[in-house]
Design a binder for this molecule. Sequence first.
Ligand code: PLP
Length: 454
Amino acid sequence: MTNSEFTPVFDRNTRHTAADRNRLGAEPLLPETAYQLVHDAALLDGNARLNLATFVSTWMDNDADRLYAETFDKNMIDKDEYPSTAAVEEHCWKILANLWSAPNIDAAIGTSTTGSSEACMLGGLAFKRLWQHRRRAEGKDTSKPNLVMSSAVQVCWEKFCNYWDVEMRLVPISEDHKVLDGHDLENYVDENTIGVVAIMGVTYTGMYEPVREIAAKLDEIQQKTGLDIPIHVDGASGAMIAPFLQPDLEWDFRLERVHSISTSGHKYGGVYPGVGWVVWREEKWLPEDLVFRVSYLGGDMPTFALNFSRPGSQVLLQYYMFLRLGFAGYTEMQQGAQDVAVFLAQQISKLGPFQLWNDGTDIPVFAWSMIPNYTDKWDLYHLADRLRTRGWIVPAYPMPADLQDLTVQRIVVRRDLSLDMAEKFFADFKAEVAYLKALDAPMPTAPDHPGFHH
Ligand SMILES: *Cc1c(COP(=O)(O)O)cnc(C)c1O
């Protein structure tokens, strides 16, 4: 029984043109047949450029594509075989250390990762290990570490706490405290707190958490209790926006309490999926016993990573982006995305049924909800479905704990959503809202719509 077949369109006489989906075929296919099968399977995916849900790059320029094709065989871990790629990795994290105001980039330390998730795990592990060292030296219990963060953290922090047995202490967000802002923090931290996570660009809404205020609150707590609690900034998106669009905002290594910062190179860094970064302000914040030196690939370059082999080409692409754009180019690119976000937020808020949660002036991301009791005929899930019929992906989802009754819809503006495309999107959006507003009976209840996190 075969279930992937091309005949007659791609029929190739005397050779197999069919394959079983879930079992290895007994015989080979011609490469062009296998290509066409996989190509056609990928065709059925959504159109990435119309996906306004994801933060992750869906476009790079031709030179980047060429570079990618030339370097896709490089293995990042093999620093002895590819010493030049390893050197480029170091250039990149030093560029970031500098961009994030490290007082001395030669005293800093950093690494590339597969994305922010791995970068956050490494930041969390450094916190946990440092705390363990300190507690052991003091002869104290190390069995109950906790990490404090907002209830609107990205799922990677839940993973970190789950995988490494750290208690997750969530500070709930509310209408009054839309982000973690230091309010009430004294009720969440104690001697077992390994650190506090501050998010630059909350995934749910795109808002910045005020890292300076969080740090000030922790200073106050230290004065009262002696507890010296470090901050990791999860700057998955914002760490590549704030240095360019909000240069006066103090969220980075200008604050001494910020030990480490992570970002996704594949979000506003502008690289295709597969690269993230984490940098520690000073080498002493990355405990030496987490760093490995392996000799079996030759050499003994130190590494701190969850993976072993992984592609090196995205790291080269990151360097390409840094060289290609420079400070002025990144500023222009991020400003362009922000202009589109602010334009769309204003247009959507003027339509009537919606109220903005935020306006796209932090990172180029904004969310809105329905005006309470506006209608019982449709909701944001229906609107998301209607937009999907036109190819646009704009997810609706519930807010996190304590606000879970509030449904929001969110748009992430990436650099490849031009103002021209945004205007076309808004025309479709307006037409679908008009369709829903004209309903004279309620839409059927939408099937279960799971939350959507990227
Ligand atoms: C996207 C995101 C992550 C996870 O990043 P990946 O690069 O996809 O692993 C973590 N934190 C925040 C705030 C994010 O927006």
